[in-house]
Design a protein. Structure first.
Ligand SMILES: [Zn+2]
Length: 412
């Protein structure tokens, strides 16, 4: 699976895990760093086990001891600590009714090398370390300025935020001539210098403290951006990170959005730009009726199965999928569709009393199908207008085809 799909899968899993809570302090989170011998981990768990035997509340005690036993059983399946370390969550998760707690155990290998050790028994699962791993670490600083105003933006992953706008206060026009005109010009020069200094100070304040700043992009409608960059207004560490200077038609907030458009070649790997470009390409093909744009889960699935999809666009807000289950009422096993956050029902007898063996989200399923035929997968957030349109108008699934294609008509 591609990194993007893996990341999405883990993010969704962590979201679900965060919603779970225990009846008491009885949910275990265990983070085993890379290279830590499992025998040492087992020693810690054994001593936690004997400590937990002293818990006064009978139910909590049983729950913690059961969870610890489950963790130790899972650990025994490993010969050694996996290369990136190991994370285990285990505990009785509270249901809707008191008394219907169920023991749940999750074992996963982290996507990056785990460096910290953590054992925690709490009323919730501790997910922060993994969340930090999947968080987008790269950010770009954006500055747009002209003689009248300046705006500062931060582009990170799928979000673009305008963080500050300032006015220059420099007067624009004057009609006087001669001596007073020259004096006026000197005043304007001085005021402009002061303004650039302020722009530099804000840039330093906003961007210098960002440890994950990858680059800075500057834009504006006039010569102010070049003057600003040539002068000594920007901290040298930020100056070194300037990736490009672009002409844009607007200043202020609108200029920030335009700047991201102009610099899209530089920023093409940033998720926000990838999503927006993919959506624009899809909408372009749809509007021109090129026959290359298809949408809706059923249509896109057919195209994916035929291997004709070049780019798959799928909304990250889609939460439905399917689950493999074993029915406790009638013994049937199979796959059932799952609605968002919904219960899994046996397809044979309709009972919700089933063991869920495996869940596959529609994103994961279609994403894998796309990757197996060499298509690019773009998971589109709902943070942009285009992203919300994908969800609302196109059912959250769209594709751009390699060539015009029609599914074969079913045999009569
Ligand atoms: Zn059944």
């Amino acid at each position: 699976m591609s990194e993007e799909l893996e990341r999405h899968k883990l993010q969704t899993f962590l979201e679900e895990l965060k919603r779970k809570s225990g009846r008491g302090t009885e949910l275990i989170s265990l983070y085993i760093p890379a290279g830590r011998p499992l025998s040492e981990v087992m020693d810690v768990l054994r001593s936690e086990y004997s400590a937990a035997s002293n818990i006064k509340d009978r139910t909590t005690r049983h729950h913690v001891l059961d969870a610890l036993t489950a963790v130790m059983q899972r650990l025994k399946l490993f010969k050694a600590t996996p290369p990136n370390g190991l994370v285990i969550f285990a505990g009785y998760v509270a249901g809707d009714v008191p008394g219907d707690e169920k023991l749940e155990v999750y074992v996963l290998e982290p996507p990056q090398r785990l460096k910290v050790w953590l054992y925690r028994c709490d009323s919730r699962f501790y997910t922060e370390i993994l969340e930090d791993m999947v968080a987008v670490k790269e950010a770009y600083g954006l500055i747009v300025l002209d003689a009248g105003e300046a705006a500062f933006g931060v582009l990170r992953g799928k979000s673009l935020e305008v963080v500050k706008e300032i006015e220059s206060g420099v007067p624009r026009k004057h009609r006087a001539g001669g001596q007073s005109a020259r004096r006026f010009e000197r005043i304007i020069e001085q005021l402009t210098h002061e303004f650039y200094k302020r722009v530099g100070e804000y840039a330093n304040k906003i961007f210098l403290s960002m440890p994950d700043l990858k680059g800075i992009i500057i834009g504006g409608p006039g010569p102010a951006k070049e003057e600003f960059l040539k002068g000594d207004y920007l901290h040298y560490q930020l100056k070194e990170k300037v990736l490009g200077v672009f002409d844009v038609g607007y200043s202020g907030e609108a200029g920030i959005y335009e700047l991201v458009n102009r610099a899209s070649e530089l920023l093409k790997d940033v998720q926000y730009v990838r999503e927006r470009d993919a959506m624009n390409e899809f909408l372009y093909n749809l509007a021109r009726d090129t026959g290359l744009a298809v949408y809706g889960e059923a249509e896109v699935r057919k195209a994916l199965e035929a291997g004709v999809v070049r780019k798959l666009l799928i909304s990250e807000a889609l939460r439905w999928g399917k689950a493999r289950y074993a029915c406790k009422a009638c013994g049937a096993e199979g796959w059932a569709p799952v609605e968002e956050g919904g219960v899994v029902r046996c397809q044979a007898c309709g009972s919700p009393n089933v063991d869920v063996l495996e869940r596959v989200s529609v994103i994961e399923e279609l994403g894998k199908l796309a990757e197996s035929s060499g298509a690019e997968v773009v998971i589109v957030s709902t943070e942009t207008g285009e992203g919300r349109e994908l969800l609302r108008v196109f059912g959250g699934v769209a594709a751009i085809l390699r060539y015009r294609w029609q599914p074969a008509a079913p045999a009569q």
